[in-house]
Ligand binder design. Structure first.
Ligand code: CO
Length: 194
């Protein structure tokens, strides 16, 4: 396994919509393992492939992270206690994930490994149902709530080229641009109202 370089805003790769995964091969497994190691090293809860420069619909989430409650994963499983391959006690691996149901709206604090040290309150759904494939291509479904639901939505946004700052109000986008001037030597994007 090896650590990958995390791409930092405004790297244009973060805006490229990712392609679906069609090959569930050794290359994918290696990417997943390296992403997981990179995320843990950076002390993140979730990481999407575009953040390491790979435009593929691949996400990893550390469900053993101290901020997450394992109770927030619910499986519609006929066999309780048996986790699908995409979910272990530690890892949630999502390949080609999609949100199939969502409810409630909750405002909470959010950050991103690609925008270090900027945090802001964002509205997200409080509960989502997700359909995904595991590393071998098998389809599985689960429900996520609270911080895990937020994390899943944040990471799925990443594979669509969307960043959490896109959900900021006009006023807060203005504050973000000021933050860029101070912390990123003015590096910012047209789309955030330059
Ligand atoms: Co992020």
């Amino acid at each position: 396994m090896s650590l990958l370089e995390i791409k930092i805003f405004p790297d244009p790769i973060l805006r490229v919509p990712s392609a679906p995964v069609t090959q569930f091969d050794h290359g994918l497994h290696e990417l997943l393992d390296n992403m997981f190691e990179t995320m843990q090293h950076a002390e993140g809860i979730g990481l999407a492939a575009p953040q390491v420069g790979v435009s593929k619909r691949v996400v990893v989430i550390d469900i053993s992270h101290e901020d997450l409650n394992p109770e927030n994963v619910r499986l519609p499983s006929e066999e309780p206690g048996i986790l699908p391959y995409g979910i272990s006690e530690k890892r949630l691996e999502l390949i080609n994930p999609e949100i199939i149901k969502e409810e409630l709206t909750i405002s909470s604090d959010e950050g991103c490994l690609s925008i270090p040290d900027f945090r802001e309150t964002i509205k997200r759904k409080g509960k989502v149902s997700v359909r995904s494939q595991d590393r071998n291509g098998k389809v599985f479904e689960f429900e996520a709530s609270e911080l895990l639901a937020r994390c899943v939505q944040h990471e799925i946004d990443h594979i669509d080229g969307i960043l959490f700052i896109d959900h900021l109000s006009r006023l807060k986008k203005h504050l973000f641009n000021r933050w860029c001037d101070k912390n990123l030597n003015g590096a910012r994007e047209e789309r955030l109202g330059n």
